[in-house]
Write a protein that binds this ligand. Structure first.
Ligand code: SF4
Length: 211
């Protein structure tokens, strides 16, 4: 059984598969409290669901892409079992995780999208830097940028850890906080090998749950 906040069908708004029709399985609970969090409603409540039930609901949407998200999905240990089952069923599975929990045991067929928390997120101390050692080009890391301070910090970490050579890096402006065009200009000026991403689902439907 897993505690589930919602299962819904939408367009993937972020990362490599942005724009693809995807089923989102949002697990309940998160031990972090990022200042920009847009899924606080997933911190509490939810409904216990058996993995068979989750598989059944997922199948009803008839799509091959599944994103397991939260909250922090890995805060529930049985998340690994769900990821295995989804991969076994032939789905292309991605996992959105905070970067504060060990990702080394995640099924290797899953594409891990791992946050690196910046200073202005309020949770920079939670970064589990060892996660970077187990990621591959199949995975992605994401910096949500809230300010110029965050940007400068992210660039310094990327350069010091030589991340551009190893990983697919996403920069995402914090919604309503960091100007997107300004961030784009910084990326170009600094010749960064990162991908600027907009949250497509918010551009299409606004900041509403279940989209
Ligand atoms: S890790 Fe994600 S779900 Fe948890 S508080 Fe931060 S943004 Fe919200």
């Amino acid at each position: 059984m897993l505690k589930i906040t919602e299962i819904f069908h939408s367009l993937q708004g972020e990362a490599r598969d942005a724009g693809r029709p995807t089923v989102f399985i949002r697990l309940t609970g998160c031990p972090l409290r990022c200042v920009y969090c847009d899924s606080e409603y997933a911190f509490y409540g939810g409904e216990w669901m058996h993995i068979d039930q989750i598989m059944e609901t997922t199948a009803s949407f008839q799509t091959s892409y599944v994103c397991v998200t939260g909250g922090e999905p890995l805060a529930q240990k049985r998340c690994h079992k769900l990821l295995d089952r989804l991969c076994d069923a032939g789905y292309q599975v991605s996992l959105e995780t905070s970067g504060a929990i060990d990702v080394s045991q995640v099924d290797e067929r899953v594409s891990r999208v791992v946050d690196i928390k910046t200073p202005d997120s309020g949770e920079v101390e939670r970064n589990l830097w060892g996660n970077l050692d187990v990621l591959s080009s199949h995975d992605q890391i994401k910096f949500v940028i809230c300010s110029r301070t965050d940007y400068d910090w992210a660039v310094a970490e990327i350069r010091a850890r030589k991340l551009q050579q190893k990983l697919d890096i996403l920069f995402s402006p914090s919604w309503g906080q960091q100007d997107t065009t300004e961030l784009a200009d910084w990326v170009l000026q600094d010749r960064l090998k990162v991908r600027l991403q907009l949250q497509l689902h918010k551009l299409l439907w606004g900041d509403v749950p279940g989209k």
